[in-house]
Write a protein that binds this ligand. Sequence first.
Ligand SMILES: [Zn+2]
Length: 160
Amino acid sequence: MLMLDACPSLLALAPDGNTSGRLFGPRALYRERVVTSPSTDTIDERLDAVAQQSFRARFQLRGHERALVHLRGLQAIRRHAEDVITRRLAPAMPDKDGRQTPYRGHPVFMAQHATGTCCRGCLERNHQIARGHELTAPEHRYVIDVIMRWIEREIPDAPQ
Ligand SMILES: [Zn+2]
């Protein structure tokens, strides 16, 4: 796996590693903003769209991260996700934004890279949630829903 110490947005890389920047134009963004909790189908559509970026599609749950989901169950992982997002993504100006999400060690981190919720730059590009403000409650819940849905899709038989 390609290991970066910063997110593609920070490196100004296009999702496929192309540095022309053309694939990162407004057309790649979702038009509608998050106001209410989207349905699972809507989240699935967004996950499918984000997964068309080869950088994102590369992430899978394996080894330790996969085992942790089986061991702890989805409810516990969701609580972990809430904690991670509260501390690392939700503040208006997160610490080390663009470098705050490790590339291993917890399924939530893997899900964040896979879904483009790893930093505020990626969140803005992939989910149209602007930088520079503390995440609202619906935005916060949306990010958690996206992360958990990706994990559920990776491990359909994960225990609750
Ligand atoms: Zn990022």
